[in-house]
Design a protein around this ligand. Structure first.
Ligand code: SF4
Ligand code: SF4
Length: 345
């Protein structure tokens, strides 16, 4: 866990000191209001916007889903402001689906506010679940990030002549997944979540059969279990390739063809859409409980695949050479989970 002081926004000491650890579990009816529609909120923090758009993945069913819920707060869809959320009573919202990483003071404050107003919090998408792609930036300090993105000497502040309301929120020290800031009840993983998991989540929500939290809407078994590609126990790889370098055989396991596919350590649940289409899995559903740290687990899987039958120094050197061809190990193994699994300076 990161230390709380790494994330506390300087401007909101009260929120930071008094986290609203309010629980709104109702033991008689955990989830549904059978006589009325569940109230939902959808909010993005440090997000690319893809998760908000992902609801369209389920096609026309999105109309049916939305007709069975009441939208209490969804700034991308309805003209609502933070003050509208602040005015709601505690626990008013049944499910708040939050997508995006926690990266700014504003993200932090909104996550706390939504927690206070909601019975259940859902980490929606890889960024909220594990830190996602934006948390790879934790490899650098925020001063370096500002310098690279905005140029030397940049500081967040009010535009000249503007009042404080126009001020950009500052970055917190590191980008973290939602669970580092508030209690999270459910996760719908993916970048963005794929249609089968969105279906599964809303199916449970609307039927009133939500599982006991905490719960992740993905398979416990690894993606390889649902992948249609053929694997061979005796196959070894002599060379690692990047996806643009080869045209893989359409039926054989991609990893055995030298493409780094994270299927062995990643939760299933997406119907293996990427490997089926010829693209190796990059791990967006997160590691299986058995795998744990995805980098360590994948390195061990890879080490047993890149192994030459013969013993001797010349073969060790060949193995090292094969492994060294792996470009960007950090981005490959922790593309979506750096915020959760890797410590930062
Ligand atoms: S999980 Fe992927 S789609 Fe969703 S906000 Fe993060 S980067 Fe965008
Ligand atoms: S292609 Fe990837 S997901 Fe499919 S079997 Fe091979 S390693 Fe597993």
């Amino acid at each position: 866990m990161y230390r709380e002081k790494d994330m506390e926004p300087k401007s909101s000491p009260d929120l930071a000191r008094h986290p609203p650890d309010v629980t709104y579990h109702d033991s008689t009816s955990r989830v549904t209001r059978h006589a009325s529609r569940p109230r939902i909120a959808v909010y993005w923090t440090g997000s690319c916007g893809g998760c908000d758009v992902s609801f369209l993945e389920v096609g026309e069913a999105v109309v049916e889903i939305l007709s069975h819920v009441e939208i209490a707060f969804w700034p991308a869809l309805v003209d609502v402001k933070r003050s509208d959320l602040e005015a709601l009573p505690p626990g008013y919202i049944d499910f708040s689906l939050i997508n995006g990483v926690i990266r700014t003071e504003e993200n932090y404050e909104m996550a706390k506010l939504l927690r206070a107003k909601s019975r259940y919090i859902v980490a929606y998408g890889a960024c909220a679940h594990l830190g996602g792609v934006p948390s790879l930036a934790n490899n650098w300090g925020k001063e370096e990030i500002f310098a690279v993105v905005f140029g030397p000497g940049f500081r967040p502040g009010s535009p000249v002549g503007e009042d404080n309301e126009a001020q950009l929120p500052d970055l917190i020290r590191v980008a973290v997944p939602l669970e580092e800031v508030v209690r999270v009840d459910y996760a719908v993983p993916g970048c963005p979540p794929p249609a089968p998991l969105i279906d599964r989540f809303f199916g449970a929500l609307l039927s009133g059969e939500m599982p006991e939290p905490p719960y992740v809407f993905a398979n416990v078994k690894a993606l390889c279990e649902e992948c249609p590609r053929e694997r061979h126990d005796d196959r070894r790889i002599e060379r690692i390739h990047r996806p643009h370098e080869i045209v893989p055989d359409p039926k054989e396991c991609l990893l055995e063809q030298g493409l780094i596919c994270l299927g062995p350590v990643t939760c299933g649940g997406c119907d293996a859409l990427c490997p089926d289409a010829g693209m190796p899995c990059t791990g967006c559903l997160g590691p299986t409980p058995e795998a744990g740290d995805p980098g360590a687990a994948m390195l061990s899987a890879l080490a047993s695949l890149v192994r030459f039958e013969d013993e001797g120094e010349q073969y060790f050197a060949k193995e090292d050479e094969a492994l060294e061809a792996l470009a960007d190990p950090l981005g490959t193994f922790y593309m979506y989970s750096f915020g959760k699994y890797r410590r930062v300076r």
